[in-house]
Design a binder for this molecule. Structure first.
Ligand code: IVH
Length: 691
């Protein structure tokens, strides 16, 4: 028990022996609580009690100064370590990049951009190329030239406040020259050189601390330290590669942005080039790839960015990445190892995925112990078997893959199971499908647990303290069987407090984290349901289209009839194809899924989707269809522009269409529009309408 201040005798009345003993005990207690608090994220006592312990130690040390040790918790002054990182909402979302692997992907990228912008063959289009380091992205916000905050990417909308940590990085300027815009957000990468990384691991090893698998993990682990004194000792670096919010434009090109950043004291990625063609980009990629050994940090590819910022603006974004950039990855790293065992994992939609358990091997700086085998066909194609010598490869952050077997033995090839290893139900493969699925549905514990894990995952409900491990334990113990149970956890509060390693405070924190999520946005809610094929981007589209949960449910009920307008409307939402529409409708046909949703509705407040701020325009809320050849911009740009102005773009003319925009050589759609009395506009009339 912590010594209560009123009960302990004044420190000055202790004899030296008593003082030594009590100071020792206090130091040990404080150290243990520091660990529970910072490393295990599971504090055992409230802050006030912790402070009382520390104050008592201070009193004793004041009365007996010879007892002060350099590592005493009272001596480690400076920044007070944080309990957790605060959240920061990004003024402009932090997105990621589409990937290109093959040369064709790069040619396609250049062609796509030219087509979107309708750039004629004879006209030049510049693309800037620069290296890509695999570190972690960070947004630095300056106001009046002063660094006001630094935030990690997080889910792209909201990151963690790592300002104090970032202030310890030498290559991050804390104040900028006078000529910078009042608001300036510089986005870039935090990373470590190979040499610094090796030195860090040596020091970690000597101190008996955690070894990092690669420089990226080293950088991430060093930045996300609640105690900034640790970050301060780590050799982190930063380079700037893009902008977030900026109050006044200061360059016309990406290259111009680079030059300004450099002038203002930021490091920028080198080398770089400005190219006019895909061929030049590929030559640059090749050159950088071969000079990697001389570059002191690990690169995982080259990034291409359309140079003209006005073009970038027109190109905009597609789901979560810019149309104006792509990351051209370097070829995968390979290594040879032994395949020890093939295990079968059952995912939340029941798919059986074979996983190769390997003799751990270093592949381009990362220790790999498992690789995916995808499905039954892949096993047959590659002829894998347990005990085989195999080549595996890893590219960037993708899951390692099995390339081939070194010593094939056709008679030993692994036989794919006909039943689910988790619940024993039949496992079947539908015609035309590569995946084998367990037919057990929610009877299958693996599926039920995976669904719950997905439900609480980062981009879904993101409940702090409710990780995958705890979900599995709670499921096994019957505490959480369905998503709704999460919001009834407080019923189990007393039992939870008695769990090993748990205390009053950890339960309080968990329940508070659950409470915080009782109100949730419709997009996160839809994503959390784990509908087949529905990722974050599609969930957002559905939320945008249906606005409220009630409306979504009503429309999905109506859409069970495939000839209904509700079904057509779903199919018409941009990028939702027939197969996805089928899966969505099927999800809402299943009784169990509806029960889960209705149960959740009792517990939750699902907020209507807030439309991202679009300018109110003459076409907000209107449904438009484009046909024929446009001359002022590409079809995709026209669509993107209409959507940005709040219009819905459909593929076919129906009685719900407000305008048909007909370019050159428009065909049958004009006739259909005339029949239905839909207004037809020329490209110029359309442009005049939207101003
Ligand atoms: S441009 C709108 N340039 O790669 C996004 N990204 O895989 C603009 N990265 O999230 C990103 N070096 O963290 C860009 N020279 C570079 C980069 C770079 C590393 C990271 C960045 C991004 C990730 C995407």
């Amino acid at each position: 028990m912590p010594p209560k201040k009123n009960k302990s005798p004044a420190a000055t009345t202790l004899n030296p022996m008593e003082a030594t003993l009590e100071a020792d005990t206090l130091r040990r207690q404080l150290k243990r609580h520091d660990e529970a608090y910072h490393q295990k994220d599971a504090p055992e006592i409230p802050d006030a009690e912790y402070d009382a312990l520390k104050n008592r130690l201070r009193e004793i040390e004041a009365a007996f100064p010879n007892l002060i040790t350099p590592d005493s918790p009272t001596q480690t002054v400076g920044y007070a370590p944080l309990r957790e990182f605060k959240k920061i909402r990004h003024a402009v979302p932090m997105l990621s990049l589409s990937n290109s692997f093959a040369d064709e992907d790069v040619t396609d990228f250049v062609d796509r951009v030219r087509k979107f912008l309708l750039i004629q063959d004879a006209q030049k289009m510049e693309v800037l190329a620069e290296p890509k380091i695999d570190g972690l992205s960070c947004s630095l916000r300056y106001e009046g030239g002063k660094l006001v905050y630094a935030a990690t990417r997080g889910d792209g909308e909201e990151g963690e406040d790592v300002t104090e940590n970032v202030k310890t990085i030498k290559s991050v300027p804390q104040a900028l020259p006078k000529d910078v815009p009042d608001v300036l957000e510089v986005r870039g990468e935090i990373y470590m050189t190979r040499e610094d990384f090796r030195a860090l691991n040596r020091a970690q090893e000597e101190a008996g601390e955690k070894i990092f698998a690669n420089p990226r993990n080293g950088a991430a682990g060093s930045l996300r330290q609640l105690d900034v004194r640790i970050t301060a000792k780590r050799p982190l670096r930063f380079y700037g590669y893009a902008l977030g919010e900026v109050s006044a434009p200061f360059a016309d090109t990406q290259d111009g942005v680079r030059q300004k950043l450099k002038k203002w004291g930021f490091d920028i990625p080198v080398p770089s080039t400005v190219a006019d063609s895909a061929a030049e980009l590929l030559a640059f990629h090749e050159k950088v790839y071969h000079t990697r050994p001389e570059i002191p940090y690990d690169l995982d590819g080259v990034v291409y960015k359309v140079n003209d910022l006005e073009y970038q603006k027109r190109l905009g974004f597609i789901s979560r990445s810019p149309r104006w950039a792509t990351a051209h990855k370097f070829p995968a790293e390979q290594a040879e190892t032994i395949l020890k065992k093939i295990s079968i994992q059952v995912g939340r939609t029941g798919v059986l995925t074979p996983v190769a358990e390997l003799e751990p091997v270093n592949v381009g700086g990362v220790m790999v112990g498992r690789a995916t085998l995808h499905n039954e066909d892949e096993i047959g194609r590659k002829g894998v078997y347990e005990g085989a010598r195999i080549i595996i490869q890893r590219a960037g952050d993708v899951i390692p893959q099995v390339v081939r077997v070194v010593n094939p033995q056709p008679d030993k090839v692994f036989k794919f199971p006909a039943t689910c290893p988790e619940c024993g139900s039949l496992a079947v493969r539908e015609e035309d499908e590569a995946a084998t699925r367990c037919t057990g549905g929610l009877v299958c514990p693996a599926q039920a647990v995976e669904r719950l894990k997905h439900f609480v995952s980062k981009y879904a409900f993101d409940i702090e303290g409710l990780g995958e491990k705890i979900i599995k334990e709670f499921w096994d113990e019957g505490i959480i069987k369905t998503p709704g149970d999460i919001f009834r956890l407080s019923k189990h509060a007393d039992a939870l407090k008695t769990r090993e390693g748990w205390g009053e405070l950890s339960v309080k924190n968990l329940l508070a984290a659950v409470e915080e999520r009782r109100t949730i946005g419709l997009d996160r809610f839809i994503y959390a349901l784990g509908i087949r094929q529905v990722g974050q981007a599609t969930a957002r589209k559905l939320a945008l289209h249906y606005s409220s949960l009630d409306n979504l449910l009503a429309q999905m009920a109506a859409a069970q009839d495939h000839t209904s307008t509700a079904y057509n409307a779903l199919d018409d939402i941009g990028d939702i194809g027939a197969s996805m529409a089928e899966d969505i409708v099927a999800f809402f046909a299943e009784k169990h899924n509806l029960e889960v949703i209705h149960d959740l509705q009792k517990e939750l407040n699902v907020k209507d989707f807030e439309r991202p701020k679009t300018v109110e325009s003459a076409v907000t809320g209107k449904t438009v269809v484009f046909t024929g050849k446009l001359t002022k911009m590409g079809r995709d740009e026209a669509k993107a522009q209409a959507e940005a102005l709040g219009a819905k773009v459909a593929g076919a003319v129906s009685k719900n269409t407000d305008y048909l925009i007909a370019g050159e050589d428009a065909g049958s759609k004009i006739k259909k529009a005339a029949e239905l009395g839909v207004r037809v506009l020329t490209e110029d009339e359309w442009l005049a309408l939207i101003g």
